[in-house]
Write a protein that binds this ligand. Structure first.
Ligand code: TXA
Ligand code: MG
Length: 309
């Protein structure tokens, strides 16, 4: 994908109509959600969806999440929807929970990387909801970073990765959640948590009154995206179990001391990018018991610190 195809504009949310015009012409644009910024294309515009993969440098076997603004949108893209899906949507939407169900035949298979299923969520960010409503169909959207880079949590992070590659970035401020949505597969006979997020396993289990399985207990490798090394800064990430072992790198801690930076779901990706801009060679993570018990945070930290994935 040509790096200087567009004079990329960061536009206020009042420019939604302009964004819709680009989407209708088949040009992906970036919009804010409460989790991270998304690079969106109308789901039924196959050429536009194809461009998403080229812009990000995303492997074509990694499926996208569909973003809806209403339950009608779900019926446009999915079928054989179990009751559990509607119950979860009723409780957690709009919000950071993506649900996987059977894909409708009318959804281009590139969206799901050829899988028979599709991931769907209703974001809570008002700009995202308005954009989907005005476009008139669900938006396929991965996180708006170059493949392999940390997800973007503000418009400048998006600019850093996609400048010249997209015409428009809709401004939506800092993302309130800061890490990507929880992904729960409800297409099979039992629910499987493919990606932990701010909607926790415990919340889901308490609501459903049943145990939620993990992919390794679920059989098939259900989420192709999970095999890639995501969320990785250029700096090496070192997890430190005892703060005595900190070596004075770029330190992230949930209880930062002088010269250290705050570690939380909201700050993690932004700090990864800040460390890279400063040319830090090593990011050290103060893995306190609170951090270790946060499944979503530990999932992102494990991926960022593993050099082999
Ligand atoms: O919070 C979020 O989910 C953000 C915002 C923009 O909504 N989006 C996001 O998308 O994080 P992405 O593409 O970066 O991550 C999508 C994840 C990947 O791990 C992918 O493999 C998984 O969801 N996924 C999507 N469709 C799937 C399917 N049909 N079966 C299994 N996994 C699926
Ligand atoms: Mg992503």
């Amino acid at each position: 994908m040509d790096k200087n195809r567009w004079p990329t504009e960061i536009a206020p949310s009042s420019a939604i109509e302009k964004a819709v015009a680009y989407l209708r012409q088949g040009e992906p644009i970036v919009f804010p959600t409460e989790t991270v910024y998304g690079l969106g294309a109308p789901v039924f515009h196959e050429e536009a969806v194809r461009k998403i993969f080229a812009i990000k440098g995303r492997p074509s076997d990694n499926p996208l999440i569909l973003h809806v603004a209403s339950l009608e949108g779900v019926k446009q893209v999915a079928h054989q929807i179990p009751k559990m899906f509607w119950d979860l949507a009723d409780r957690f939407w709009p919000g950071p929970l993506s649900l996987i169900v059977q894909r409708s035949a009318c959804v281009p298979s590139i969206v799901s990387a050829g899988q028979p299923t599709v991931a769907i969520r209703m974001p809570s960010h008002p700009v995202a909801l308005e954009l989907i409503r005005r476009t008139g169909e669900p938006l396929a959207a991965p996180s708006a970073n170059l493949s392999g880079r940390p997800s973007p949590t503000c418009s400048l992070d998006v600019w850093e990765d996609l400048q010249g590659k997209v015409p428009l970035i809709l401004e939506g401020g800092h993302c309130a959640v800061g890490i990507e949505s929880s992904v729960l597969d409800v297409s099979g006979s039992f629910p499987v948590l493919l990606r932990p997020g701010s909607v926790t396993r415990e919340e889901l289990e308490n609501f459903l009154h049943m145990k939620i399985r993990s992919p390794e207990e679920g059989g098939a490798p259900l989420s192709p995206g999970m095999k890639y090394r995501h969320y990785a800064p250029k700096a090496k990430v070192r997890l430190v179990l005892d703060r005595k072992d900190l070596q004075g790198g770029y330190v992230l801690s949930p209880e930062p001391r002088l010269g250290e930076r705050l570690l939380s779901m909201q700050t993690l990706f932004a700090e990864f990018r800040k460390a890279d801009r400063q040319g830090a060679s090593c990011i050290e993570i103060d893995c306190t018991p609170a951090v270790r018990s946060n499944e979503a945070l530990m999932n992102r930290l494990a991926k960022a610190s593993c050099p082999l994935m």
